[in-house]
Design a protein around this ligand. Structure first.
Ligand code: ADP
Ligand code: MG
Length: 617
């Protein structure tokens, strides 16, 4: 048989490599920013249009490239950063694989302008889908500008795979943050569709964090410093009381490179053990410095995962350093006030700007009964509603009867007897007694055909979702006035999202007296929403929007309704009184789509007596 193996042409090989390196516009952002840093720039501008789908441009004032290097830089495995395999373990640069530019040029329209300090003129190179279209001499400032236009123009499937602009922009901003946080001594700016989104001057680390995440962040930061032979740690963790419901601000940098590590994340989580409210996550911004010989960065094409020689030691050191800082700065209840606190600490932060006499900070708002009180409040609010209020639960549902029982009996199950009423109709007393709560998770009830098991969390989500959706559509939800306005702080991007959703939020019952650059003042909240939950609801909402916002208006309300329902629904693990259980069952079956939760998960199952009988054979 004839030989069938061929070497792939370079442009095909490059497209394949691009599949690994470039997943979305944010991947281009990362590679170009890293190249700019490796070029020694101290000022870097990132320009994006349409979330990077139309344009990603990075302009740096680094060392630039010669004419020949400019051409060579687009070859695969062309790099100035390593010469041999041993260099892989002495890395002081971000890049080393020599494939980013080649990959990007294989799947986009690229224009590179670059000039070195000593030259009068620079080069301009245009490449489209791996083909060099032109290379000319240009007048351009020292440094490099790379524009990447029409990403995936020649791979429509990949292009179609991209998410909405909101989601892609979120990824772009995330990459920008990661690089900017790792390099406070470089100034960065980000322009999105012609307007400036970030302008980060050269600063210290704390200021960099604050410039990115908002002025309020400053008071939330607890410094962490540790210096040992194997590992140097410096950075900050967020105070426990500011922990978030969503894993937003969690950053590890190893030798100035952002990395993801579930293992090290666990070390932090365990240092926070006992200090965080259930379901919240600590934020952290931690720089680890280790000997480059002890890590392997070349295990993943995007270089965000690292193999450490001795992960266990790092884990232990990290955990104890964070624990120590938390004890020192935040919650240590026993401190000897007479002693010079600086003598107590072997850590170098005693000399930093933050070194102040440790204060005993008591969380005055902490109330061990609060959780319980909040859930009680919710339960009560939920109970107080007159049983007949659900009849207008959903627009268009008015035609249904206004008697819960009647509605309940109309529910069609897929059981043989679905046409008949599912409850023992004539026995009011028995019906009252037929709900039980199982493991604080399910509500079990008898129906005529057998047994009904409801997932309390999902069922309540469905009820709340339809409620909120109705309010959003008819736009006249009841609002409950707060005694004192509630001021909540957010980062500028979060505020942008709140602004986007403000009208919808107001239709659910929120009243904003003002929305400022980094905070909102709230004077009213939807009826039944405890004040203590408001920040969590908004936080969850922002994260939901960032992760999956669809562009249409209808879907935005849908997302809002889903998100609020998720935050406010009775949780698994919450014990419910009999009447609460019954009320929930009634409300569920008054819903338009009682069978599934807003996220399409089953809300209840039934089991007929026949099926049960079979089990006893
Ligand atoms: P790597 O960064 O892994 O070396 P790249 O494909 O990203 O591979 O870049 C190839 C080479 O092009 C780099 O090694 C560097 O010499 C040069 N280069 C890329 N971007 C810049 C830049 N902004 N300024 C100066 N040189 C650059
Ligand atoms: Mg590179």
């Amino acid at each position: 048989m004839a030989d069938i193996i061929q070497l792939l042409p370079d442009h095909v090989a490059n497209q394949i490599a691009a599949g690994e390196v470039v997943q979305r516009p944010a991947s281009v952002v990362k590679e170009l920013l890293e190249n700019a840093i490796d070029a020694g720039a101290d000022s870097i501008k990132l320009i994006v249009k349409d979330a990077g789908k139309t344009l990603v441009q990075v302009i740096d004032n680094g060392k630039g490239m010669s004419n020949t290097d400019a051409r060579l830089s687009f070859e695969r495995h062309a790099t100035s950063k390593i010469r041999n395999a041993e260099d892989l373990f002495q890395l002081h640069t971000k890049g080393f694989r020599g494939e980013a530019l080649a990959s990007i040029a294989a799947i986009a329209h690229v224009e590179l302008k670059t000039k070195q300090e000593a030259d009068d003129v620079g080069s301009c190179l245009v490449i489209e889908g791996s083909n060099v279209v032109s290379q000319e001499v240009v007048v351009t400032p020292t440094g490099t500008s790379v524009s990447v236009k029409n990403l995936f123009f020649n791979i429509p499937a990949r292009r179609n795979f991209l998410k909405s602009d909101t989601v892609e922009l979120r990824h772009v901003i995330d990459e920008f943050h990661r690089v900017a946080l790792a390099h406070p001594s470089i100034s960065f700016a980000l322009y999105n569709n012609g307007s400036e989104s970030f302008n980060l001057p050269v600063s210290n680390y704390r200021q960099r964090i604050v410039n990115i995440f908002g002025t309020k962040t400053n008071e939330k930061l607890v410094p962490v410093e540790e210096d040992t032979e194997v590992l140097k740690i410096s950075g900050f963790v967020g105070k426990p009381e500011f922990a978030k419901k969503t894993r937003g601000e969690q950053y590890f940098f190893v030798n100035n490179r952002f990395i993801k590590s579930a293992y090290l994340n666990h070390a932090i989580a365990s240092a926070f053990e006992g200090l965080l409210k259930n379901g919240t996550h600590a934020s952290y911004f931690l720089n680890l410095t280790v000997d480059p010989q002890t890590i392997d960065i070349n295990i993943h094409p995007t270089k965000t995962e690292i193999k450490f020689d001795d992960e266990h030691t790092l884990y232990a050191l990290l955990r104890s350093a964070v624990k120590h800082s938390l004890g020192q700065f935040n919650i240590a209840p026993v401190l000897d006030f007479e002693r010079d606190p600086n003598l107590d600490t072997p850590y170098s932060f005693k000399t930093t700007e933050d070194a102040s006499v440790p204060k005993v900070e008591v969380d005055r708002s902490f109330n061990p009964f609060k959780e319980e009180a909040a859930s009680k409040a919710r339960a009560v609010a939920y109970k107080k509603e007159p049983a007949s209020s659900w009849d207008g639960l959903y627009v268009g549902l008015e035609s249904k009867g206004n008697n819960s029982k009647q509605d309940f009996t109309e529910v069609q199950f897929e059981s043989e007897e679905s046409t008949a009423s599912i409850f023992e109709e004539d026995n009011q007393v028995e019906q009252k007694n037929t709900t039980y709560q199982l493991h604080n998770k399910y509500i079990v009830s008898t129906i005529k055909s057998g047994m009904l098991v409801i997932d309390q969390h999902r069922a309540h989500q469905r009820v709340l979702y339809e409620d909120f959706l109705k309010n959003l559509t008819i736009k006249e939800a009841a609002s409950q006035q707060l005694l004192f306005p509630l001021q909540l702080h957010f980062s500028p991007q979060d505020i942008a999202i709140i602004n986007q959703l403000k009208d919808d939020l107001e239709h659910t019952g929120f009243v904003f007296s003002s929305v400022n650059e980094e905070s909102v003042d709230i004077t009213g909240v939807p009826v039944g929403v405890p004040e203590s939950e408001v920040s969590i609801i908004l936080e969850q909402l922002i994260s939901d929007v960032e992760n999956e916002v669809p562009d249409s208006h209808f879907s935005a309300s849908d997302l809002l309704a889903k998100s609020m329902a998720k935050s406010l629904a009775i949780k698994t693990g919450q014990s419910l009184q009999k009447d609460e259980q019954e009320h929930l069952v009634n409300k569920l079956f008054a819903c338009k789509e009682p069978n599934v939760s807003p996220t399409n998960r089953t809300t209840f199952v039934t089991m007929s007596v026949d099926e049960l009988d079979k089990k006893f054979i």
